[in-house]
Design a protein around this ligand. Structure first.
Ligand SMILES: C[S@@+](CC[C@H](N)C(=O)[O-])C[C@H]1O[C@@H](n2cnc3c(N)ncnc32)[C@H](O)[C@@H]1O
Length: 274
């Protein structure tokens, strides 16, 4: 085993199911939305890790992210972290100078001088109790550099539909959350058509049990469904046009959304935190 291992990894071994290219759209969103953060190299950001937490039985998603994200940040150090020692052993042969795998948990296996700029944890927290989610978020955020980003979400088996918590730490001390880059990100490749209800089964753990009248996520999803019905005639023009128009209508219901065309056309709806 490598020398950097968390002494007492926090968390539990869970099902390790993954799939090639499952998280491609997560990488693509990061490439479009966060190129500056990916490239950032000043001060503590020099050599700061992109961490893929809980990569599963095989490290495809980590290796694919390394390949894709290095298109904008050629020397990006990528660290795959798993709490299952066997899964770490499986990944070790794939290491290279810039891609490493270590045993660890929410308390990341970091050595002296290791810094972290982005943490992606996909399909990890859904298998935990909801009560453990806030703590896991806070432990992970504490290990990010100021200005760093946590992407924590749930996808369907092939990554065609997913929803993620996006949480950016402020630049300033004491660290808070940056509202401008923090929120709930919905993603679809339209393979299964479009209906806001398609996102419900993949809501992250901190939302999935709150689809009840009176809850904010329920109101949001109901408003989105209403906007989809209002604009259904656009379906004949194309699912992307329809999706984009639902987002514009939804903003009129008081939700703060990223309405940039290039994100909407690709099937990304970002509901920004208040
Ligand atoms: C379903 S797999 C997800 C694989 C990949 N991220 C994906 O989306 O395809 C979840 C993995 O997270 C790992 N895991 C769960 N809790 C963890 C923790 N606290 N720290 C590190 N890995 C964890 C599990 O051992 C499992 O291999």
């Amino acid at each position: 085993m490598k020398k950097f291992v968390a002494k007492d990894p926090r968390g539990q071994i869970t099902r390790g199911k993954t799939a090639r290219n499952r998280l491609r759209r997560v990488d693509n969103w990061l490439l479009m939305h966060e190129p500056a953060l990916l490239r950032r190299n000043d001060g503590d950001y020099a050599k700061a890790w992109y961490v893929d937490l809980g990569y599963g039985v095989e490290p495809f998603t980590t290796l694919e992210s390394a390949h894709r994200l290095r298109k904008v940040s050629p020397n990006l150090p990528v660290l795959g972290v798993e709490i299952d020692p066997e899964r770490v052993q499986t990944a070790l042969p794939y290491e290279d100078d810039q891609t490493k795998f270590r045993l660890g948990g929410f308390n990341l296996p970091l050595g002296v001088g290791d810094r972290v700029k982005i943490i992606r944890a996909f399909n990890v927290l859904r298998q935990y109790d909801e009560t453990q989610v806030i703590e896991a978020h806070s432990v992970l955020l504490n290990q990010l550099l100021p200005g760093g980003l946590l992407l924590e979400g749930t996808s369907d088996p092939f990554g065609q539909v997913w929803v993620a918590n996006v949480i950016q730490k402020t630049q300033a001390e004491p660290h808070r959350i940056t509202p401008a880059s923090t929120g709930l990100l919905f993603s679809t490749n339209f393979h299964n058509g479009f209906d806001p209800a398609l996102f419900q089964p993949v809501l992250p753990k901190n939302y999935i049990h709150h689809m009840q009248p009176g809850e904010r996520i329920y109101q949001f999803m109901e408003a989105w469904k209403f906007c989809a019905r209002q604009t259904v005639s656009l379906r004949t023009l194309g699912l992307r046009q329809w999706f984009a128009q639902t987002a514009r209508n939804l903003q009129e219901h008081g939700y703060r959304l990223d309405l940039r065309e290039r994100f909407l056309n690709l099937g990304y709806l970002f509901w920004l935190g208040e």
